[in-house]
Design a protein around this ligand. Structure first.
Ligand code: IMP
Ligand code: MG
Length: 174
């Protein structure tokens, strides 16, 4: 258990997350069965914990890659999405599932989806664990969604506040 977690209020427990991840993996496995190769693209760094739990519950073959973007400064969205690190693999012709920890304004996912489509991916879908309702600035289709969450700053299970709290096994309000 991470230290310095005593000031946090737990919003989603480890157990609830586990159940939801299994549910999502079941749906994804069903939808992508016999559809050819699936490339899972995790957005660094927040998606790493969710992605690693999710892929271990899939019963289809998949490849894994990562991409890094930045749009946040502390607790504030800057509104500008920057590509920090590109994929290792070529996305051409691949069925891609973007895996993300949380969707807030929607700018990050919109930017990445458009980027991958313009680079000739065969299909691009989105899976997020958390959907922050009420702060969307742009329309983006979420194909697989874990939980709707309130408009509060959350940490844990990959989510950070200035790089801290990612290793908490639950989601908490800062
Ligand atoms: P969007 O582009 O505004 O949808 O922002 C998505 C990104 O902002 C996520 O990948 C997170 O890194 C970050 N983010 C949004 N809300 C939170 C939060 O409550 N806690 C931690 N990070 C967040
Ligand atoms: Mg992120």
């Amino acid at each position: 258990m991470a230290k310095n977690s005593n000031k946090l209020k737990i919003l989603i427990s480890e157990e609830k997350i586990k159940q939801k991840v299994a549910e999502l993996a079941k749906k994804i496995s069903k939808d992508y069965k016999n559809k050819g190769k699936l490339l899972i693209v995790g957005i660094l760094k927040g998606s790493t914990i969710f992605l690693s739990d999710l892929v271990r519950q899939l019963d289809i073959d998949c490849e894994i890659d990562f991409i890094a973007v930045r749009s946040y400064d502390g607790k504030d969205s800057t509104g500008v999405v920057q590509l920090i690190m590109d994929l290792y693999d070529n996305p051409v012709g691949k069925n891609i599932l973007i895996v993300e920890d949380i969707v807030d304004t929607g700018r990050t996912l919109k930017f990445l989806k458009q980027n991958l489509i313009s680079r000739k991916a065969k299909s691009v879908k989105i899976c997020v664990l958390l959907n922050k309702v009420g702060k969307r600035k742009t329309k983006v289709k979420i194909d697989y969604k874990g939980f709707d969450v309130p408009n509060k700053f959350l940490v844990g299970y990959g989510l950070d506040y200035n790089e801290k709290y990612r290793n908490l096994p639950y989601i908490a309000v800062l």
